[in-house]
Design a protein around this ligand. Structure first.
Ligand code: ZN
Length: 705
């Protein structure tokens, strides 16, 4: 080793922690790892932040108008959410096996008080009120759901010998609670199969809470997944993991307390469980576009729907029960085409087409439709109504946005131009509690045309910190901007106010008065949003401008299941991302890595300030050849052991110059979660310590199980 302190163990630990958080939490379409740390707000009537403001008269007007115009007389969602109720949750709070709270839906009980909150858009309040209807429910005889234990539902189908579980939630603890509830209430049965609908962690992470390893080993429990499931469970979110984790603070409002002034539900459900995330290899993969086979005596038809809500996803139809499981392709919201925490955009057209196929394959006769979030739909008319409305909304997004784009509307305008179909907005089947018309419409343009609007002035613009001082100077300085900003704020012209105040904050990061006023503006915009991702983003911005952001703490969890699913190539690629090119200038190293037990070999090369690897090839004259079984490499990937220790104990063999490991390690950066989104918002740069509640345990912002 060189004289630098870093070792490959540390690298692996870092690598791994991103991994768990990104793979298991972010890719969950969800990220309430903050749930375990979100404090209770003191009272639903009191703002949790000393600088917080109530809704303004202008916001009250938006809220009032929504109350008057939305179709609240249509109560079918409430009837469906309450239908088939059998038993309440045993507890609304679940401890994790490791100690901290894994789940707490009690903190959202203010939604059950039957009150109207003027700081929450009435449509969002309605959705969160529906999501607060929890417990064990019968879908039809033999099919049951537990709702309110996590972001997703856990569903049980009575098989010939045991329970067939659809989607075992995010965490072992919450999945186990679901199984215990049904076993105690309906019938005490073993789990005969687990059907995982897609590659997001809120649908598989709790698998160890329902699967008995002995039964699995004995072949008595099946685990059935869609095509390419394993490929996508961990691959989607590794490379930009730290940036995605940071952005979760916005989309999911990780620092906001559950409160009418803060986190007011996440649309898909109230939040995501924290707890132990696991992953078990499938016993059967549905490979064909449509496949029919029997699971524990129940005939099922599986429909793969790749590249929809997840890259690997499938619907399931139970023909004997005329019951259609729509995974997360059709729930009681329009979903994300673009995910605000950052992700590759999805394909609204493909999504729409797969809903069409389900409609024609199964929807002509299905008598009930149920899904991994929200409540079922009963009766063929209702099933068809929801399927068609959802199909049309995704198609409309794709078609209408491109219709405008082909006439010159750009990514910087489309969100102010695109409107969902009027008839759909007059109902509740396709409102926007996950995707929003604004960010989804921009996503469609992003998919086809990318970030540039074809105006050269926006092609390679100045960075905000470089352009802002000129704006401030030309506007006559901070005082002028503050005066105008305050006037615009008072007139309710929040989008105009944010335009100029944002410039001032970028030009004068130490100007706390400016940050506070921008925060006030963001807060009102946030209150007015129906979409929780938009609401949280504005309220999170307000929070960080007022209080600063917590210091950087990296996740420290362990999860061999997830590492086991991570390819060696992905591991090496991520190390290359951590390499600081400037630090690696002049370094030229060639390494062969051989993992005999899985037959893989890699030619790794550091050259021109970056690291590359290619699978299936070896250098003729490497500086170092490392040979280690993949099973042993996993303890290095987990951060439990270093390469050097592995060489010393004989689990790895090294030929050549071992010092190159230290040379590479010395170039690697440890990414910190707490980087600034707004300048001047690192905790120590915010004037006045106004943190409204303890943030001592910063590591818990990121879930460590
Ligand atoms: Zn989900």
């Amino acid at each position: 080793m060189g004289h630098f302190g870093l070792s490959f163990t540390g690298i692996a630990a870092m690598c791994f922690s991103f991994f768990v958080v990104t793979a298991a939490v972010v890719s969950a379409e969800a990220a309430g790892q903050g749930l375990s740390t979100l404090p209770y707000a003191e009272s639903p009537d009191k703002h949790f932040h000393p600088r917080g403001k109530p809704p303004s008269v202008h916001t009250l007007e938006v809220i009032r108008k929504a109350r008057e115009t939305l179709p609240f007389a249509d109560r079918r969602d409430f009837e469906e959410a309450e239908k088939g109720f059998i038993a309440p949750l045993k507890s609304k709070i679940i401890q994790s096996d490791a100690g901290p709270t894994a789940w707490d839906i009690q903190r959202y009980e203010f939604f059950s008080e039957g009150r109207d909150f003027d700081s929450i858009h009435p449509s969002l309040q309605r959705q969160s009120t529906l999501n607060q209807i929890t417990g064990l429910f019968e879908v039809i005889p033999g099919i049951y759901q537990v709702r309110g234990l996590d972001l997703a539902n856990i569903t049980f189908v009575r098989g010939e010998t045991g329970w067939i579980v659809f989607d075992p939630l995010t965490a072992r603890e919450t999945a186990r609670a679901g199984l215990e509830l049904i076993n105690a209430t309906i019938e005490d049965l073993p789990v005969s199969a687990v059907i995982i609908s897609h590659s997001h962690a809120d649908h598989f992470g709790g698998v160890r809470g329902v699967v008995d390893p002995e039964r699995l080993a004995a072949g008595k429990t099946e685990i059935i997944v869609p095509r390419d499931f394993e490929l996508h469970t961990v691959s989607e979110n590794v490379f930009a993991g730290n940036a995605m984790n940071r952005r979760l603070f916005y989309q999911y409002g990780v620092l906001l307390p559950a409160s009418p002034f803060g986190h007011a539900g996440q649309g898909l459900a109230q939040n995501v469980a924290a707890g132990a995330i696991g992953l078990l290899p499938p016993t059967r993969v549905v490979e064909e576009p449509v496949e029919e086979f029997t699971v524990d005596g129940i005939p099922m038809v599986f429909q793969n729907t790749p590249r929809t809500e997840a890259p690997a996803e499938m619907n399931t139809y139970l023909p004997d029960q005329k019951a259609l499981w729509m995974a997360e392709n059709v729930t009681s919201t329009v979903h994300n085409i673009y995910t605000l925490r950052g992700a590759q955009v999805r394909d609204a057209l493909v999504w729409s087409k797969y809903i069409s196929r389900a409609l024609f394959l199964f929807g002509q006769e299905a008598e009930v439709m149920f899904a991994s979030h929200h409540w079922p739909r009963w009766g063929n008319d209702r099933v068809q109504e929801v399927l068609k409305d959802q199909r049309d909304q995704y198609a409309h997004l794709n078609n209408q946005v491109l219709h405008y784009a082909n006439q010159g509307v750009t990514i910087n305008q489309i969100h102010n131009v695109y409107e969902p179909p009027k008839a759909l907005q007059d109902g509740w089947t396709t409102r926007f509690y996950h995707g929003s018309p604004q960010h989804n419409s921009r996503a469609v343009i992003q998919r086809y045309l990318g970030f540039w609007d074809a105006n050269p002035a926006t092609l390679m613009p100045l960075s905000p910190q470089d352009s802002a001082p000129l704006y401030v100077e030309m506007m006559g300085g901070a005082e002028n901007i503050m005066a105008r900003g305050r006037a615009l704020h008072d007139e309710g012209k929040y989008f105009l106010a944010q335009e100029i105040l944002n410039k001032l904050v970028w030009a004068e990061p130490a100007n706390q008065e400016a940050k506070n006023l921008l925060a006030d503006v963001f807060e009102q915009i946030g209150y007015q949003q129906e979409n929780p991702g938009l609401r949280n983003s504005f309220l999170a911005g307000a929070f960080e401008l007022r209080s600063g952001i917590p210091g950087g703490a990296s996740p420290n969890t362990s999860g061999p299941d997830i590492i086991g699913a991570m390819s060696t190539e992905l591991f090496l690629d991520f190390i290359a991302i951590r390499m600081d090119g400037k630090q690696a200038a002049g370094l030229e190293v060639a390494i062969n890595l051989i993992t005999p037990d899985n037959g893989e070999k890699f030619a790794i090369e550091v050259r021109n300030e970056t690291m590359t690897n290619v699978e299936g090839f070896l250098h003729e004259n490497p500086d170092l050849t490392l040979t280690i079984n993949r099973t042993d490499l996993e303890s290095i990937m987990l951060g439990q052991k270093s390469f050097i220790a592995s060489i010393e104990d004989g689990s790895a063999t090294a030929e050549g110059n071992v010092d190159v490991i230290g040379q590479i390690a010395a170039t690697l950066t440890t990414f910190e979660i707490g980087f600034e989104v707004f300048p001047g918002t690192a905790r120590e740069k915010v004037a006045g310590d106004l943190t409204p509640y303890a943030v001592a345990d910063e590591s818990s912002y990121i879930r460590g199980e």
